[in-house]
Design a protein around this ligand. Structure first.
Ligand code: PEP
Ligand code: MG
Length: 610
């Protein structure tokens, strides 16, 4: 069985898959364990790439002009609807202005008249005419040395694309749920909105050119138990629909053109892993108490969608430690109503009763883009107007969500979690709005959870630095390591090129966590962790030793984490943690923990790395 290792950076796209030898391996980042073997379904990159081009007959021209005008009118109506949703009592000034600008740009002379002229004189169909005009505008602005003007070109492009999508009859988000059954999805990238539409039954595995381990698409694929590899750089150019490939989400390898022997070998590994995960399930039903009875850690699940609750319960979660509610807002043109949100939150709360459900308020921004909000593009979205910052600006939107959460809290054990807090002021402002909403519900006579617990995600270094001050304001902390690591180590979590620096065991990260735990303990505030770090077996003993009260993770990790906690003593964890804090580098700590775990759990260690 011959193997070829392909350099991801080699210039091979135009060679096409026929030139690729059998068993060619491409290495990326394994972000969701498991193995997928099957045929590729290649997702198109850009809507403009699939733009149909056609020369019109003279009789067709008036109809085509009318079709274009109608698409512009539709785009205008949608923009106005968005504006009416978010603009009434506490407008996001800039945003409101941008919406107005976009409405005006729809009839921009170059864009609107230019497209009509291309239809009438160039006899081009509307999509073709519009995309040509858009390209010309972009090219013209690109050569200008003024940043402000270049940004206006982006606005024109944004508006043009909106009209183009209406003409093409596609949603603002890419639609991928029409994938043929049982295929391997290969794409340049995958937005969280795309990932949320995936159906486990139709996707055997995912392979993308870009993306890191804690991107939300990666997190989503783990939740859905779909094996995935990201950061493959050119995989979308190397394969075509119908090719057979193997995706190994544990090692990060993708094998192109596998021969029969390779497929056989991977089928055997698939079987081994399936049996292993099956054998762990029994541990999910047991409490995570250390072997000396010294400590019990509550183990909860992270979910993005209501549908995931069943999987989480089947794996033994003791409630939901993080419900990423923004997924209700992704991949659609409109905003979910209070009623729709209430039904979703109530369903999750009821299904988990008597265990708690931690509902995180909207964390839009970064890689999670809600096209319904039509937010302006930002140069640095991870540090931009996202999460609580956005909610405090879009007050109506926030109030609607808080109402729905408070109403759902009446039906079980519900906690409120606020993302990306970086100051006491944000906590105070949030509490004021929460009080207003409670008062409104009370005056309407609507039942709601008056005593809902109030917590914050500690995921910005500033929040760690003032954890002692924040602890006096909240009922609980939840450490969001995905962002905390991103911001403290200055590593873009979506960027595959710096993924190698993303280290949960960096001494700086461990010290930040210890600071939060200390503040929590000093003020009687429980400390949870809901970042991806919580579910990685290598971190379990040190997190126990650090004194974390609750770990919330991807459902699939729950049984192994429970098994591990039940087999280790609290004293050993304290000693191990003390030892690790004497070390200077992440690598030293990692090697030390890995050795410790390997000695205690040789079989599990081997298989969890598979
Ligand atoms: C985190 O940042 O660790 C977290 C849990 O939130 P998210 O991954 O959704 O940003
Ligand atoms: Mg976060």
């Amino acid at each position: 069985m011959l193997q070829t290792m392909l350099d991801k950076n080699s210039e091979t796209p135009e060679q096409g898959p026929k030139e690729i030898p059998q068993n060619t391996m491409v290495k990326g980042i394994g972000v969701s364990v498991g193995i997928g073997i099957g045929q590729v379904a290649l997702m198109e990159r850009l809507v403009t790439e699939i733009c149909p081009c056609r020369i019109l007959t003279p009789e067709e021209i008036p109809g085509e002009v009318a079709r274009f005008e109608e698409a512009v009118e539709n785009a205008e109506k949608r923009l106005k609807t968005i504006k009416s949703h978010i603009d009434s009592d506490h407008p996001l000034e800039d945003h409101s202005y941008i919406l107005d600008t976009h409405i005006l740009l729809l009839r921009d002379k170059m864009l609107y008249e230019g497209t009509k002229r291309a239809i009438e004189q160039g006899r081009q169909n509307a999509e073709w005419a519009l995309s040509e005009v858009m390209s010309k505008i972009t090219a013209a602005f690109d050569s200008i040395d003024d940043e402000y003007l270049r940004e206006r070109a982006l606005d024109v492009h944004f508006v043009g694309e909106r009209v183009l999508k209406i003409l093409l009859g596609v949603s603002s988000e890419k639609k991928i749920y029409q994938l043929p059954a049982s295929t391997i999805l290969v794409s340049h990238d995958l937005s969280p909105a795309d990932a949320a539409q995936l159906k486990k039954e139709s996707v055997l595995a995912i392979a993308t050119d870009v993306g890191g381990r804690t991107s939300h698409s990666a997190i989503m694929s783990r939740s859905l138990k779909i094996p995935a590899v990201t950061g493959l750089e050119k995989i979308s150019k190397l394969v075509k629909t119908g090719d057979t490939i193997i995706v190994d989400g544990s090692t990060g390898l993708v094998i192109l053109n596998p021969d029969a022997e390779m497929i056989f070998r991977y089928r055997q590994r698939q079987e081994l892993l399936r049996n292993y995960h099956q054998s762990l399930l029994a541990f999910g039903r047991l409490p995570a108490v250390t072997s000396d009875g010294g400590r019990e850690i509550r183990i909860l699940a992270n979910i993005e969608l209501v549908d995931e609750v069943d999987i989480a319960i089947a794996h033994g979660c003791e409630g939901i430690g993080l419900f990423r509610t923004e997924y209700l807002f992704l991949g659609r043109e409109d905003l979910p109503s209070e009623e729709e949100q209430f039904e979703a939150y109530r369903a999750v709360v009821a299904l988990n009763k008597p265990y708690p459900v931690t509902i995180r308020t909207l964390d839009i921004g970064g890689d999670k883009i809600a096209s319904s909000l039509n937010l302006p593009l930002e140069t640095n979205p991870a540090m931009g107007l996202r999460a609580i910052r956005l909610c405090l600006n879009l007050r109506n939107l926030f109030k609607t969500q808080l109402k729905a959460i408070l109403r759902a809290a009446h039906y079980g054990n519900c906690r409120l979690l606020v993302p990306m807090v970086s100051s006491i002021t944000e906590v105070h402002d949030t509490k004021i709005i929460l009080q207003e909403v409670k008062a409104e519900l009370a005056s309407e006579g609507t039942p709601f959870g008056e005593d809902i617990k109030f917590g914050i995600l500690v995921e910005v270094p500033a929040a760690v630095a003032i954890a002692d001050l924040l602890a006096r304001e909240v009922d609980f902390f939840s450490i969001g390591t995905n962002d905390l690591i991103q911001y403290s180590l200055a590593i873009d979590r979506l960027n595959e090129h710096v993924n190698y620096l993303y280290d949960t065991l960096h001494p700086a990260v461990l010290r930040l966590i210890r600071q939060v735990v200390n503040a929590g303990q000093a003020y009687g505030v429980s400390v949870a962790m809901c970042g991806e770090m919580a579910g990685d077996p290598v971190n379990v003993p040190i997190l126990v030793g650090l004194g974390i009260d609750e770990l919330s993770m991807n459902a699939l990790s729950i049984p192994l984490v429970k098994k591990m906690i039940r087999s280790i003593s609290y004293d050993d964890c304290l000693e191990l943690t003390h030892h690790a804090f004497q070390m200077q580098t992440a690598q030293e700590i990692h090697d030390f923990l890995e050795k410790w775990i390997f000695e205690k759990f040789p079989g599990d260690y081997f298989l969890s790395q598979q």
